[in-house]
Design a protein around this ligand. Structure first.
Ligand code: ADP
Length: 330
């Protein structure tokens, strides 16, 4: 029998899957409405990332056979590549509960304690944007991850006493867009580390085709490729394009997506044939025009563009680097 994972919020409320996604969004992740209904529910429904899938499948099966919690897992990679999707599928494969939170929401160790004490045996605690954990919270996680123990200090000054609280063995799944900024002690405590890479056009076409079925819209196969080739190697972008194209054909045509209509819709949205959007083009234009072709530091480019440097290094640069439209210098 398979059981849907139950998601706990920070009190003891048991909530359903939709609330789970709200919970993540509340915690400031860059999620959007569209992710919810298009997100694959099981690992076997995920497209691509075959190596990651194969390794996780083995780890999940082995943990099941040994009746032990799965080792802690760290996913890293640019936004929209499936870190959360993997993290949400794993508890379903293990048939265990999952709790969701984000590094930005855990401001002090006391914010983390309820998640740890609520964790059932072998359940999953998913911490998105784990690189945003303050150092005090991160250090608090060390013993929780390694020995399934936390130390709680009671009272103050000379009356202070430390209470060792034993936790049920659980699995921490962390996701980060910047594993480089994680401290080595935290990184080393994850037994499984997986890097998610950009998707091929074929893989994205397959995702677009499957999601057109979910959205109940007719899609010509060539239109799937057009959308996929303009999606910057990223499923979330492909899903957003598909939704926009669906809106476009609903208003401007008979509701069926042909490649001509897909192209017209994406052109209207400012997406070019390389899949670059206005922000990507402004970034390239800034380097060419203001910095004479570079090299230029990300902070300087961000200031000129009036956007946070993190947006550029997380969302813009990875794809431009991968497409060799920019190169990184020392
Ligand atoms: P991340 O956590 O890395 O930012 P998500 O896991 O939230 O990315 O993925 C964004 C959306 O992209 C998901 O809602 C899902 O619909 C889609 N997606 C991601 N990876 C895959 C995949 N391998 N197969 C199919 N859809 C995917």
């Amino acid at each position: 029998m398979t059981r849907e994972p139950i998601i706990h919020q920070d009190d003891d409320d048991v909530v359903d899957d939709n609330v789970a996604d709200n919970n993540v969004a509340d915690n400031n992740r860059a999620d959007n409405e569209g992710d919810r209904d298009l997100r694959p529910q099981r690992m076997q429904d995920m497209v691509g990332q075959q190596d990651v899938y194969d390794r996780l499948q083995i780890a999940v099966e082995a943990a099941g056979k040994r009746d032990e919690p799965l080792g802690h897992i760290l996913f890293d990679g640019p936004p929209g590549l499936g870190k959360t999707t993997f993290a949400m599928c794993i508890p379903r494969e293990l048939n265990v509960h999952v709790q969701l939170t984000s590094g930005a929401a855990l401001k002090a160790p006391k914010d983390l304690v309820p998640y740890l004490t609520n964790a059932d045996e072998r359940s999953v605690l998913f911490v998105d944007e784990i690189h945003r954990l303050p150092i005090a919270v991160e250090e608090y996680l060390y013993t929780a991850m390694e020995d399934f123990r936390v130390d709680i200090v009671h009272g103050e000054g000379t009356h202070a006493r430390t209470l060792n609280l034993w936790l049920k063995p659980f699995t921490l799944i962390g996701a980060t867009t910047r594993s480089g900024t994680l401290s080595a002690p935290l990184r080393d405590r994850f037994q499984i580390r997986e890097h998610l890479d950009f998707y091929s056009i074929d893989e994205l076409s397959e995702i677009v085709r499957r999601n057109a079925v979910k959205l109940q819209v007719e899609l010509h196969p060539t239109a799937a490729e057009e959308i996929a080739s303009r999606s910057r190697g990223t499923p979330r972008v492909a899903n957003n394009h598909l939704r926009w194209v669906r809106d476009f054909v609903t208003t401007k045509a008979d509701g069926n997506i042909t490649s001509e209509l897909a192209l017209a819709a994406l052109e209207m949205a400012g997406v070019d044939d390389l899949g670059l959007d206005q922000q990507d083009r402004t970034y390239l234009d800034t380097i060419i025009r203001v910095f004479g072709g570079g090299p230029a530091g990300v902070e300087a480019i961000a200031h000129t563009m009036n956007v946070p440097p993190d947006t550029l290094s997380d969302e813009v640069e990875p794809y431009l680097l991968r497409s060799e439209l920019v190169v990184r210098t020392t």
